[in-house]
Ligand binder design. Structure first.
Ligand code: ZN
Ligand code: ZN
Length: 273
């Protein structure tokens, strides 16, 4: 059996949508959608990444001509969604809230049906904003929200001697510490509520992540200000594990993974097993 190869194609489209159901009263809409409730549209430049999987055809050295995938994406997605109002012009969303998670699930189901058998859908990622995206993979939809905080640390292990710390951590062992603008990605999953179209109340997710992590760590020194690291070496691995445990305990939805970007070139991830 030949080893499969994955192909990813990225397209963008601009669409309007709103969180407002015509079968509900204004009061019911406000109770359901909170601060996002509005009878008027707002819009996004959506980014869609479609990954397909297949084996190379020895005749032409390709899994599939990327143009074939692009033609399908233009015909089924870009041509249908671009410059349209999703609630009004895409029939499936007349009765279904066009949340990021519902859109990702809808597009995955649509593309699963129309991609050719030699290049099946493997993964789909829909970015609604720079801080919100949904991913479909193996029939599961997850939602990823990202946050930022700035914090300082000194890499210094209490298990090692001063000389060993200098030898292992070098500049990062500097007694006065150094800092990073950390980017935290929180990926969650759960059943999508039929009425709101949401797997989690984003306002609630934000307030828990802000309380447990962002507000707690922003403009702090991990070594000096935070009791959870007082006897630990606050490497990004250790910080990432601590954030995972904090959020797994406090979120009202299943935590799938935590990704912590220390710099644009270093990312640490802890996944639920
Ligand atoms: Zn929106
Ligand atoms: Zn550092």
């Amino acid at each position: 059996m030949a080893r499969p190869v994955r192909l990813t194609r990225r397209v963008t489209f601009s669409s309007g949508h709103r969180y407002w159901r015509s079968d509900l009263t204004p009061e019911q809409n406000r109770a359901l959608f909170g601060e996002w409730a509005s009878p008027f549209n707002h819009g996004h430049n959506f980014g869609l990444e479609v990954t397909t999987i297949g084996t190379v055809n020895p005749r032409d050295g390709m899994v599939i001509n990327i143009k074939t995938i692009d033609d399908i994406l233009q015909r089924e997605v870009v041509g249908v969604f671009d410059q349209r109002s999703i609630n009004d012009e895409i029939s499936a969303f007349r009765d279904m809230s066009p949340t990021t998670e519902n859109l990702a699930a809808y597009l995955a189901e649509l593309l699963s049906k129309c991609l050719p058998k030699e290049s099946q859908l493997d993964e789909l990622k829909l970015e609604e904003t720079a801080t919100l995206s949904a991913k479909w993979r193996a029939n599961q939809v997850t939602l990823t929200r990202s946050y930022e905080f700035a914090a300082a640390h000194r890499l210094n292990s209490p298990e090692l001697t001063a000389e060993q710390n200098v030898e292992i951590f070098g500049k990062c062992n500097n007694a006065a510490g150094h800092g990073h603008n950390y980017v935290l990605e929180v990926e969650v999953s759960g059943p999508i509520d039929m009425k709101s179209g949401m797997m989690v109340d984003l306002g609630q997710l934000d307030s828990i992540v802000n309380e447990q992590v962002v507000d707690r760590y922003d403009h702090k020194n991990f070594n000096c200000d935070l009791p959870e690291f007082s006897d630990k070496n606050p490497t990004s691995e250790v910080v990432c594990l601590e954030i995972f445990e904090r959020l797994a305990k406090s979120l009202p939805v299943k935590l799938v993974s935590i990704r912590l970007w220390e710099t644009a070139r270093n990312m640490f991830e802890v996944r639920a097993e």
